[in-house]
Design a protein. Structure first.
Length: 74
């Protein structure tokens, strides 16, 4: 199955948002509560919520970032 450019970009953004939220949720959880007995479960819950927030945010921010960087390097 071949995807169009727009679909491929959205899937790419999903993977980037999921990966970044994975790392950031772990870092924030460690900073705020430290290593707790149910850390893995708390981390997975935090990651799920942060991915739901990060993906739409990235869909808005990525095009703006591209425009801004294009404007800056002209």
């Amino acid at each position: 199955m071949k995807l169009g450019a727009k679909s491929a970009e959205r899937i790419s953004i999903l993977f980037i948002a999921a990966g970044m939220s994975l790392l950031m949720s772990a870092a924030m959880l460690l900073l705020n509560v430290g290593v707790i007995p149910d850390f893995l479960l708390a981390w997975l819950k935090s990651w799920a919520v942060s991915t739901v927030v990060a993906y739409p945010a990235a869909l808005l921010i990525v095009p703006l970032g591209r425009k801004l960087s294009g404007w800056l390097i002209r």
